[in-house]
Design a binder for this molecule. Structure first.
Ligand SMILES: [Zn+2]
Ligand SMILES: [Zn+2]
Length: 357
């Protein structure tokens, strides 16, 4: 008799692969919901229900997910999973593959505390499975209300929660605390200084006034980059190159955003020179709809002597594997691994964020 597989693990794996492939939110949600609905069920009941066809009577379980469970329990790889695995594959060249292999963590990720679709635990487990040593949790700051940005009080709660989650995670992996803080119109950062000082990593991004005129945007970015709390400058130009949705699978789902957006206008050489001077890393954002900064600006940041962080900006577990897209673009621009801060260990990364000028 074939040995039974873990049907919950198979459902989660399918959801992960769908997210990674940028599939529609409702598809991913079907598998995550089913995994959640079945996780608490005793194995005997699961087996019995699979046998008599009553799995679909449970809320969150449909025909497709029930079939996957039945196949898993019979010891077979679900057909749905097999097809996904057969069509994944990596088209990366040697340089990009080497850069991806050198990354030890991700410095820009979201959970369902702001506009992500999954709990912190779920994001962390996916990062463990990818082989990461750390994941920096960077939920949004208060002014970004559309993304349910965290007030100072909620961020403090989150820090306590992260400490608890960390205690239960496997040895050798940890969640680092962080924030994606809004760079406000005057260049100041949208969170209390004492909290910013306490966080392991601070990513700062512009989310408003993206069409501001060049001198205003340059001043705003220069002020933020010079702020000693800011460690990484997020999605530098704010551009959107495709109308693919910002995929989110949860209550924070903002749906399809069928639009592209031009780069904001600023003096890139001045901003990158300031990043080099203040040792603020420039993010290479891996999201397929962002691909930010564009390659010509990655090259200029490299020439300016900047460090980089190759981040996913993941809003769901499967998106954590999008780092390869950022690596591909970084490799094309000749970014060496030793300029990328998330090739470092967690200890070295945190020492850097705390010691920066
Ligand atoms: Zn952002
Ligand atoms: Zn983000």
């Amino acid at each position: 008799m074939a040995r039974a597989r873990d049907p919950i693990a198979d459902l989660r794996r399918i959801a992960f692969l769908l997210e990674r492939a940028n599939e529609a939110t409702y598809r991913v949600r079907a598998f995550r919901s089913a995994a959640k609905a079945l996780a608490g069920l005793p194995t005997a009941e699961l087996t019995e229900r699979a046998g008599n066809g009553t799995l679909t009577e449970l809320a969150g379980v449909g025909d497709v997910t029930a079939r996957c469970v039945a196949e898993s329990l019979a010891g077979e790889e679900p057909v749905y999973l097999r097809r996904l695995v057969a069509t994944e594959g990596s088209d990366l060249d040697a340089e990009a593959t080497a850069l991806r292999a050198a990354l030890r963590g991700d410095c820009h990720t979201h959970s369902d505390w702001s506009d992500g679709g999954s709990p912190i635990e779920e994001m962390a487990l996916a990062a463990v499975e990818l082989g990461h040593e750390y994941l920096v949790l960077t939920d949004h700051s208060p002014r970004l209300t559309v993304a349910r940005g965290l007030t100072a009080a909620r961020l403090r709660q989150q820090l306590d929660h992260v400490a608890q989650v960390n205690a239960a995670l496997p040895e050798g992996f940890r969640i680092l605390t962080g924030i994606e803080v809004d760079i406000l119109a005057d260049g100041s950062l949208d969170q209390d200084d004492d909290l910013l000082a306490r966080l392991d990593v601070v990513v700062g991004s512009v989310h408003s006034g993206l069409k501001d005129e060049r001198s205003k945007m340059t001043r705003r970015m220069l002020k933020a980059v010079a702020n000693p709390h800011l460690d990484i400058l997020g999605h530098v130009t704010g551009r959107m190159v495709s109308s693919r949705p910002a995929l989110v699978t949860g209550p924070g789902d903002r749906g399809h955003r069928a639009r592209t957006r031009a780069e904001s206008d600023f003096d890139a050489d001045a901003v990158f020179a300031a990043c080099a001077e203040h040792d603020t890393a420039v993010e290479i954002n891996s999201r397929p709809e962002r691909q930010d900064p564009p390659k010509r600006l990655i090259r200029r940041a490299l020439e300016a002597g900047c460090r980089f962080a190759i981040n996913t900006d993941a809003h769901a577990p499967g998106q954590l594997d999008w780092q390869r897209f950022g690596c591909e673009r970084a490799a094309l621009c000749g970014v060496p691994a030793d300029r990328v801060v998330n090739t470092w260990s967690a200890e070295r990364l945190v020492a850097w964020t705390h010691d920066r000028p």
